[in-house]
Design a protein around this ligand. Structure first.
Ligand SMILES: C[S@@+](CC[C@H](N)C(=O)[O-])C[C@H]1O[C@@H](n2cnc3c(N)ncnc32)[C@H](O)[C@@H]1O
Length: 297
């Protein structure tokens, strides 16, 4: 397995490239769940939504020229598409002591969707490397004084930070019953993914019910690969075996054991979900989206 750590979010994604920057979006292109979320959070009329989204997106793009920002993928609310979402949503709504943290939250759309679906904001947390994205999200969803303003956001680094400090800062001494990462693992080479996974182990609650879940880029053959319309980004694609191996290695390093479940939607990633706005990446056979969940056994 590669120990090459050259893939970092600050490397392949630093140069804004036209191929994953869509200059604007039409109202029709905004998926209905995102439109509903934006309207309920902001209270803006329909005819103001596109310009409002573009304003917040421009601020986010300056600091984070990722496909998820340039191609409006943040409007796809991926957490709510995870196969476990209905079950986890119900648990959060019925158990006031259960808490969820979204790590690498970007604009924080996924946690705001949870709150809009009925989870108390006080049970939801989100961590992001780029403080500017947290504030762009607060502008996008016009949090001031609304119920989503009670979500706890933390500026932090999931690779290098001390998780005990996160717990102290977030005042969650026992850790989180649910940890979500969306489009985070694939930004990194193996060793860095291991470092993140070790941190998640340190952050997760000790109960049997605790779960780490999310999505990451899938590939028929695991490893680093170039993706994008012009193959201009390097990401790590997981297959089922590599996802299991990652958690085996984390288990060995931390004296824990993990059961991994994955579901892969094979697709031209350029054409699915948010990337629909980016067009084909010409790789329907080799790439896909992996929905994963991991529990301690
Ligand atoms: C591809 S984006 C996905 C954002 C969001 N989860 C979504 O689905 O829209 C990856 C996010 O992870 C953040 N990130 C990258 N490295 C990180 C780190 N070491 N710690 C915390 N967040 C990180 C990036 O700044 C970015 O917002």
């Amino acid at each position: 397995m590669s120990s090459n750590n050259t893939v970092t979010p600050d490397k392949p994604f630093t140069t804004p490239t036209a191929s994953w920057f869509k200059p604007t979006i039409t109202l029709d292109e905004i998926p209905k769940p995102a439109l509903d979320l934006l309207m309920s959070c902001t209270g803006l009329p329909l005819d103001k939504i596109v310009s409002h989204v573009n304003e917040a997106r421009a601020a986010a793009w300056l600091t984070a020229p990722y496909p998820c920002i340039g191609l409006y993928m943040f409007l796809d609310l991926h957490m709510s598409q995870h196969p476990l979402y209905p079950t986890l949503l119900s648990r959060l709504m019925h158990s006031p002591t259960t808490r969820l943290v979204d790590i690498g939250c970007g604009l924080g759309q996924d946690v705001r969707k949870l709150v809009s679906d009925g989870v108390p904001a006080t049970q939801t947390y989100a961590v992001e490397l780029k403080a500017e994205l947290i504030s762009a999200g607060q502008d996008l969803f016009m949090d001031g004084g609304r119920k989503q303003s009670l979500i706890s956001f933390l500026h932090g680094d999931a690779v290098t930070d001390d998780m005990e400090q996160w717990k102290r800062k977030l005042d969650v001494s026992d850790g989180f019953e649910m940890i979500h990462t969306g489009a985070l693992f694939h930004l990194f080479a193996w060793e860095t993914q291991l470092a993140i996974a070790r941190n998640l182990v340190a952050l997760v609650h000790g109960s049997d019910e605790a779960v780490i879940f999310g999505w990451t880029f899938a590939a028929r053959e695991a490893g680093l690969r170039s993706v994008g319309p012009k193959k201009e980004a390097v990401v790590y694609g997981h297959d089922e075996g590599s996802a299991r191996r990652l958690w085996e290695e984390v288990g060995e390093a931390t004296g824990t054991r993990w059961e991994v479940e994955v579901r892969i939607a094979w697709a031209d990633v350029g054409e699915v979900a948010g990337l629909a706005k980016g067009g084909s990446w010409g790789d329907a056979e080799g790439n896909g989206i992996m929905w994963f969940s991991v529990r301690r056994v």
